[in-house]
Design a protein around this ligand. Structure first.
Ligand SMILES: Nc1ncnc2c1ncn2[C@@H]1O[C@H](COP(=O)(O)OP(=O)(O)OP(=O)(O)O)[C@@H](O)[C@H]1O
Length: 267
């Protein structure tokens, strides 16, 4: 068992694609504690998804590595569940079957048949989708599809939940609703989360820490902001909270003025 502070240990991760000698990411060093909610923000194309894909084991790092709970990441695994911006549900299966398939694939040794059925229903209920369990993805809204994607990810009992702009394709109200649900789930289950986002308000509302990447190529961690706001967080109350406003301003200031700080982007 690892220290709380380095449950997920991203160590000197560098990624260069193909024969390019200029890395997209250069020497990313980040330790995430068990139960922590960490967002990664940065300009388009700086390498946020690349970093998440390395942690997911979908992309090998050119240098450095990732260790999760003492085990080196060397490929995809059920201990790291990913939710992408566009849902990846199987269209011919119902919502129940989409979640159940993941449960069967990952937990068939740990749980009997009846238990897997109950666990599938429990996770559908967690994202408030129990009533739509027999619908197919084509019959439900974009927000509902993302909720099924989150239920499927959580049902695998991952050690870390990797969210790649999970609310990016949703309208503002649906997005707010889903952010609130994810906050409740995080509070209830103590899930460790690494989330990629473009949205400054979303990052401040949800995160314990916000990791700000400099522009690529050669992107590095420019700054890390601790979000010192008590939980549970209420979006309406926070909008006028000076600590929320200050955190938001700090991230915006980084994105607008400091994302290519001398000595970072050019290094
Ligand atoms: N498979 C690949 N082969 C070559 N280059 C790639 C590949 N995947 C990503 N890149 C390049 O790496 C850089 C970072 O891409 P990435 O998708 O990680 O950025 P991002 O910060 O997630 O962008 P966005 O916010 O727009 O989604 C980009 O310049 C992209 O073109």
């Amino acid at each position: 068992m690892n220290n709380r502070a380095d449950f997920l240990d991203i160590s000197q991760v560098t990624v260069a694609f193909g024969r390019s000698r200029v890395p997209v990411l250069n020497g990313i060093e980040l330790k995430i504690a068990r139960g922590e909610y960490v967002s990664v923000i940065g300009h388009s194309g700086c390498g946020k998804s690349t970093l998440l894909n390395v942690v997911a084991g979908l992309l090998p790092a050119s240098g450095g590595g990732v260790v999760l709970d003492g085990k080196e990441v060397d490929g995809p695994g059920p201990d790291r569940a990913v939710v992408f911006q566009n849902h990846s549900l199987l269209p011919w299966l119902t919502c129940y079957e989409n979640v159940k398939l993941a449960v069967d694939q990952t937990l068939s040794r740990a749980m009997g048949r009846a238990e897997r059925h109950a666990w599938t229903l429990e996770n559908l209920a967690l994202v408030r989708m129990a009533q739509a369990k027999d619908k197919r993805p084509g019959e439900i809204s974009g927000g509902m599809k993302q909720r099924i994607g989150i239920a499927r990810a959580l049902a695998m009992k991952p050690k870390v939940l990797l969210l790649d702009e999970p609310f990016g394709a949703l309208d503002a109200l649906t997005r707010a609703h889903l952010q609130d649900q994810v906050m409740q789930i995080h509070a209830g289950l103590g899930t460790t989360v690494m989330m990629i986002t473009h949205d400054v308000d979303e990052a401040v509302l949800l995160s314990d820490r916000i990791v700000m990447l400099t522009n690529g190529p050669n992107a590095r961690i420019g700054e890390i902001l601790e979000v010192d706001l008590p939980r549970p967080r209420d979006r309406l109350a926070l909008a006028a909270d000076p600590r929320f406003v200050a955190a938001r301003a700090s991230v915006l200031e980084f994105l607008h003025h400091r994302h290519t700080a001398p000595g970072l982007a050019a290094a």
